[in-house]
Design a protein around this ligand. Structure first.
Ligand SMILES: Nc1ncnc2c1ncn2[C@@H]1O[C@H](COP(=O)(O)OP(=O)(O)OP(=O)(O)O)[C@@H](O)[C@H]1O
Length: 642
């Protein structure tokens, strides 16, 4: 593209993302430097700062100097109402796409296609006419693309492909927190039950059953974040199964990547999982488990947000109980579930002080002893055994086991690891029960899977792990956890799947069939996948190795990482740090900030879930049930073989 005076352009803008502009003049280009051009903003830019545009002060309608690389061509003849498929745009670049979506959004058109991909812009308003029965009737069996873009069209296309090609289908719903993934997933399920509804009169439909299980999944898997009061902190794959005649015959819910770190660590203005607050507000049940206001519990009071606007936790508690009834969880199991929730809160209040011996720990005071006793009683384990499990570790050697005391911070890490694991197992147990209630068809002919999973998370800093000494710094960050690495890795995998099917395989086929086509360039992210997962030298393998070696530190890990992978184009070493490393993910092109994985404190902490808990497995065995805890709960949540 040659920019001449008068050329219509988009110019990157610190507040608006992109602003409409027109080229005034171009500076002479030297081959070594990017050309700079002078443009005039077309909008009233009185409040716009020009600091990002080469730092030159800018005022309304005055020419500004812009970095030539941040100026993109603008289609002057683009339809003011936008186009329903982005592939019709003359310039398919970021400002073109955003402008098209914005134009359509102002006309209440929240859906737009990009080929077979549907982009949904969250309306944050109820649009019942978009999803009523009449709308479903309209989209039924209609060729994709014939009607306006709609989530029902996607669902219909996959249903018809499943029936016509006798082949299972998947729909991926991705986006950042609050984008509307869960709502979209529900709409897809509603449409699928509309076209493939079970021909049974009074049996609750699968959609109803999956939806009825939602309050339960949400109570244990959703939390308030800075972006969404009811953010799902887990990925979900709903499989709707169909029989020979295309009728729904069963369903299953699989969950992924529950954000375990949230159980023990929350940022300001966020909340822990809803169930903790619900139980604290439950009145008699809270008294029974010696619970009080959330501000009294370490796992809840790291943030000062205890309530949600317009939500009564006491009422939500009753709804959760009702959902448990619907899903068929008996009263005894329900009691056991909430005992575990209460136990986790008490566990979090167990604090340690230095023990008498060097590098040892002991329970801090009488108050902590009370919480220890409560946690042990609720988990039905021996209190002194629980304490010694937290304050000592067992090291296996060829000569036999060695029992070694651990210092305060290690005891805290062990405590938190225990809380996270107990919670994660409880969540898995709930999902298993929901699946039993919905009923799966193991003989189904084909299925449609809907994957609702968080998109790339790009915070200023994503932490790989942290030591307690680092906590204050971390509290200031929007969100930090090892899980972000896993989430982004999962998204890289999905991107690779997409690349493989949309670009690689398609183009291979053209080649085989000798079809004349022009090769489409795409960013292949295989190299970032290799960087993370390749064995024996990849980030995960090196981390595993560091965890096995007891003496690893962040420095030794970083040294090893750069020794082995320094030349990898996706790995960067920030200049001013010995322990940071930065990855350039697939989505990094769109993110101004690379993801930094801080490695501070002790890397041996990385043992937490795996190694340390395996150690504890040797120490802590559950006491026999005194009050007849149901087997199912013992199997899945109390008897954790810690
Ligand atoms: N199609 C829609 N129509 C109306 N409102 C919507 C729609 N999609 C989303 N919303 C609104 O946006 C809110 C957030 O949506 P949702 O919970 O689906 O986001 P999400 O992408 O699943 O977020 P998270 O990843 O944090 O769980 C919803 O509670 C709802 O108010």
């Amino acid at each position: 593209m040659i920019f001449r005076p008068g050329t219509a352009v988009w110019v990157e803008h610190p507040d608006l993302a992109w602003a409409e502009a027109e080229v005034v003049s171009t500076a002479p280009t030297r081959s070594s430097a990017p050309s700079t051009i002078t443009v005039v903003l077309l909008s009233n830019g009185a409040k716009v700062s020009a600091s990002l545009l080469m730092g030159v002060a800018m005022r309304c309608s005055r020419p500004v100097v812009a970095d030539g690389r941040k100026v993109l061509p603008r289609d002057m003849e683009a339809d003011l109402c936008g186009v329903d498929d982005m592939t019709k745009l003359i310039y398919l670049h970021e400002p073109g796409v955003l402008c098209n979506l914005a134009r359509r959004y102002t006309l209440n058109e929240i859906y737009t296609y990009t080929g077979r991909i549907l982009i949904a812009v969250n309306p944050f308003a109820k649009l019942p006419h978009l999803y009523d029965m009449h709308m479903m009737e309209q989209y039924r069996g209609v060729q994709f693309g014939e009607l306006s873009p709609h989530v029902f069209a996607i669902a219909d296309a996959s249903y018809r492909a499943m029936v016509g090609e006798n082949c299972s289908q998947s729909i991926l719903v991705s986006g950042e927190s609050g984008a509307g993934k869960t709502e979209t997933t529900k709409l897809i399920m509603r449409y699928l039950t509309f076209v493939g509804g079970r021909a049974t009169g009074n049996i609750r439909s699968v959609e109803q059953q999956v939806l009825e299980a939602n309050p339960l999944l949400e109570a244990f898997g959703n939390a308030r974040t800075v972006r969404n009061d009811n953010s799902s902190r887990f990925g979900k794959f709903v499989q709707i199964q169909f029989d020979k005649s295309g009728r729904i015959s069963g369903a299953a819910v699989r969950t992924y990547l529950l954000e375990r770190s949230r159980v023990v660590q929350i940022s300001e203005s966020e909340r822990n999982y809803h169930c903790f607050y619900q139980l604290c507000a439950s009145g008699q049940d809270a008294d029974k488990y010696k619970l009080a206001h959330p501000r009294n519990f370490n796992y809840l009071n790291q943030s000062h947000t205890f309530e949600l606007q317009g939500v009564s936790d006491a009422e939500e508690y009753l709804k959760t109980r009702r959902a448990m009834d619907i899903v068929g969880i008996c009263f005894a199991d329900q009691e056991a579930i909430f005992r575990i929730v209460a136990a986790i809160l008490h566990l979090g209040n167990i604090e340690f002080s230095p023990g008498e011996e060097f590098d040892s720990s002991a329970i801090k005071d009488e108050k902590c002893r009370f919480h220890l006793q409560m946690a042990a009683d609720l988990l039905m384990v021996d209190a002194s055994l629980l304490l010694s499990t937290l304050c000592f570790r067992k090291i296996k050697t060829p000569e036999g086991n060695i029992i070694k005391a651990v210092d305060n911070s290690s005891a805290v890490i062990g405590r938190d690891a225990l809380a996270k694991t107990v919670y994660a197992r409880l969540f898995d147990w709930l999902v298993d029960n929901i699946n039993k209630s919905i009923g799966q068809d193991i003989d189904s002919r084909a299925q449609i899977g809907v994957l609702d999973i968080y998109g790339f998370e790009c915070f200023k800093y994503n932490s790989l792990y942290f030591g307690s000494s680092f906590l204050e710094f971390l509290m200031a960050l929007p969100c930090v956890s090892f899980e972000q690495l896993c989430i982004n890795f999962a998204n890289e995998k999905l991107q690779q799947h997409f690349n493989k099917h949309v670009f690689k395989m398609e183009q291979e086929e053209y080649k085989t069939e000798e079809i004349n086509w022009s090769y489409i360039e795409f960013v292949d992210n295989q190299d970032i996948l290799d960087l993370i997962e390749k064995k024996p030298i990849g980030i995960v393998s090196l981390l595993d190795e560091a965890c096995i070696l007891g003496k690893s530190t962040h420095e030794t890990f970083a040294t090893k990482l750069f020794q082995n992978l320094r030349t990898h184009p996706r790995l960067d070493k920030p200049k001013l740090s010995k322990t940071d490393f930065a990855l350039s993910p697939f989505a990094g092109k769109a993110c101004p900030v690379n993801q930094h994985f801080f490695l501070e404190g002790k890397i041996s902490n990385l043992e937490d879930e795996n190694h340390l808990l395996r150690q504890k497995a040797l120490n802590l065995s559950p006491r026999h049930s005194r009050t007849g805890v149901p087997h199912a709960v013992q199997d899945h949540s109390l008897n954790l073989h810690l």
